[in-house]
Design a protein around this ligand. Structure first.
Ligand code: GRF
Length: 225
């Protein structure tokens, strides 16, 4: 069988970096055939960037305040991203809205992880939104980035039940523990060609994807039944 070259990842981060850490750990265990082409941040002092540097990954930090407009910041950032020739751009806790022009440059090759079962609860403070709505289930989604925030085709989701004693903190902890395998498994599916995008159509094992895949208890992706 021909050997597939490792997927080149550009990872965008702004905060703590636990999702980036999960990707690095999975790659080190040999469970994620990727090369970290670069880790990019809008917050030079963030923990995620420090983690990347400790791991010896190439890092680029840019201060939005040094650019007159969002578009100019994004133009510089995405020039730096293009320079490392990524196959896939992963927003893993990147907290800045990305301008339409920059999103369009990526031609669908950018994904994001969001802590809710999209299209429910886009935006911030999703755990509080879930509690306020009285939802029976919460979860996390990996979706393609489009110009509209937290929209775009949802590729895969992990669901968790919401209990009567749940709080914002308990939900945050439980969701994060499912985000990590969800992001790792989804990127592995892309790296191995199981999940692919041609034009505007995502396919899973050759079949057009119309509903998000779900991460089961064995951390495998399943088609909706
Ligand atoms: C995660 O909850 C992710 O879904 C959201 O931001 C958080 C980032 O966490 N977009 P971390 O920086 O990966 O720890």
């Amino acid at each position: 069988m021909p050997v597939r070259p490792a997927l080149r990842l550009a990872v965008l981060v702004s905060g703590r970096g636990s999702n980036l850490g999960a990707l690095v750990d999975a790659a080190r265990r040999g469970e994620l055939p990727v090369v970290f082409a670069g880790v990019f941040s809008d917050r030079p002092a963030c923990a995620a960037l420090a983690l990347a540097a400790r791991e010896g990954l190439p890092t680029v930090a840019m201060e939005p305040a040094l650019f007159p407009t969002r578009e100019q910041f994004d133009a510089a950032l995405f020039d730096a991203i293009d320079a490392v020739q990524p196959d896939l751009i992963v927003c893993a806790g990147y907290m800045r809205i990305i301008s339409t022009q920059a999103v369009q440059r990526t031609a669908g090759r950018m994904i994001n992880i969001h802590p809710s079962l999209l299209p429910r609860h886009p935006g911030l403070r999703t755990h509080a939104q879930v509690l306020a709505a009285g939802d029976a289930f919460h979860g996390a989604s990996v979706h393609q980035v489009v110009p509209e925030v937290d929209a775009g085709p949802v590729l895969a989701q992990a669901r968790v039940p919401v209990g009567s004693g749940d709080t914002v903190d308990s939900l945050a902890q439980r969701i994060l523990s499912r985000e990590h395998p969800l992001l790792v498994r989804t990127i592995r599916a892309i790296a191995e060609g199981e999940l692919s995008m041609n034009g505007a159509q995502w396919r899973f094992r050759g079949t057009p994807l119309h509903v998000p895949l779900s991460l089961n208890d064995q951390d495998e992706l399943e088609e909706a039944r």
